[in-house]
Design a protein around this ligand. Structure first.
Ligand code: PBG
Length: 342
């Protein structure tokens, strides 16, 4: 009862004449702000996803992702050299595939000479020090665009896992350092890990797309890899419901027990709460994927002059560090590496 005493006369309020805690003090100069700064984004935090395609010495723009191209293998090698020179630790390869590469049994997925495996070998050869990450899912090679085999309209789990293991071994054989199962089938991490162990690839790491949501933010990516026209229906029976959060923790626990080295949350910005919960609960290497739709949103606003691009990109990437992530897959990687070094 400030300022009031039941029995006695009315008292004066006991409010201090000035605020004792002035949080603005630590913001007053650039030096103090630097001292107080909790999170930093560096080039070491970046993984750069690139799109590769057949052909020679060509790049074709992805219309819904301004500034992003699909590159032939030789151009992907140039990109890897550039990334390495900028200090980016890892590059992630996604194949563009036309209808001719797609079949019902997805055999091209574990072909040692598919465009993705050829790119892995070419980059390993030319830039041995950059880490090469892959994507494991059947969607680039599947006639219906799904990450798993479809039987009678259903995405079947266990037969798909067997195919994913073959795909993983072909990528490891080609020289991949980080395998990225993005399919969301149950049991795939254990199956891939045990195949790697028994087949001389103990040191190949797995960055599991663990909490991968059935998101509409993947639209531009599906254009980039040629999946938009192939995909029939949606991925809701295997990717996570955007309404769920506890389930992400169960998935992370499961994937860690099955032998994943790193955990991914995807998409990124709309799922920072999940990043934070995962990091707080497990304290393991945690990554977020700032996906194609997030890239498209920021670029569209920047191209219209509605947002200051470098600033919002840096702010968006810093948000992942604040949410506890150890790194970010982002199409902005080379641009931001340049900005950070400049
Ligand atoms: C395919 C895959 C997708 C992305 C990465 N791997 C698309 C999907 O699940 O349909 C999306 C990446 C992005 O949007 O940038 N398994």
């Amino acid at each position: 009862h400030i300022g009031c005493d039941k029995k006695g006369p009315i008292m004066k309020p006991t409010v201090a004449p000035f605020p004792t805690t002035r949080l603005r003090r630590m913001r007053a100069t650039p030096a103090l702000r630097r001292l107080a700064r909790q999170n930093v984004l560096t080039t070491n935090d970046l993984i750069w996803p690139i799109f590769v395609m057949d052909g020679e010495d060509t790049e074709t723009p992805v219309p819904s992702m301004p500034g992003v191209t699909r590159k032939t293998v030789d151009r992907a090698v140039v990109a890897a050299k550039e990334a390495h020179a900028l200090g980016i630790p890892a590059i992630c390869i996604f194949p563009y595939t036309g209808m001719e590469a797609r079949t019902e049994d997805c055999e091209m997925a574990w072909d040692p000479d598919n465009v993705s495996n050829r790119t892995i070998r070419a980059i390993k050869d030319a830039v041995p020090d950059i880490a090469i990450m892959t994507d494991i899912a059947l969607d680039p090679y599947n006639i219906n665009g799904h990450d798993g085999f479809v039987e009678n309209g259903e995405i079947v789990n266990d037969r798909t896992v067997e195919a994913l293991v073959k795909m993983a071994l072909a990528q490891a054989e080609a020289g991949a350092d980080i395998l990225g199962p993005s399919d969301m089938m149950d049991g795939r991490i254990a199956a891939i890990r045990s195949a790697l162990e028994s087949d001389k690839y103990q040191n190949v790491t797995i960055l599991s797309y663990t909490a991968k949501y059935a998101s509409s933010f993947y639209g531009p990516f599906r254009d980039a890899v040629g999946a938009s026209s192939a995909l029939t229906g949606d991925k809701n029976t295997y990717q996570m419901d955007p309404a769920n959060s506890d389930e992400a923790l169960r998935l992370v626990e499961r994937d860690l027990n099955e032998g994943a080295d790193m955990i991914m949350v995807k998409p990124g910005m709309p799922y920072l709460d999940i990043c934070r919960r995962v990091k707080d609960t497990f304290g393991v290497p945690t990554y977020a994927y700032q996906v194609s739709g997030e890239y498209a949103m920021l670029m569209a606003a920047a191209e219209n002059g509605w947002l200051d691009s470098d600033k919002v990109i840096l702010e968006s990437l810093l948000s992942f560090k604040r949410a506890g992530c150890d790194g970010i897959l982002t199409y902005f990687a080379p641009r931001i590496a340049k900005a950070l070094s400049g």
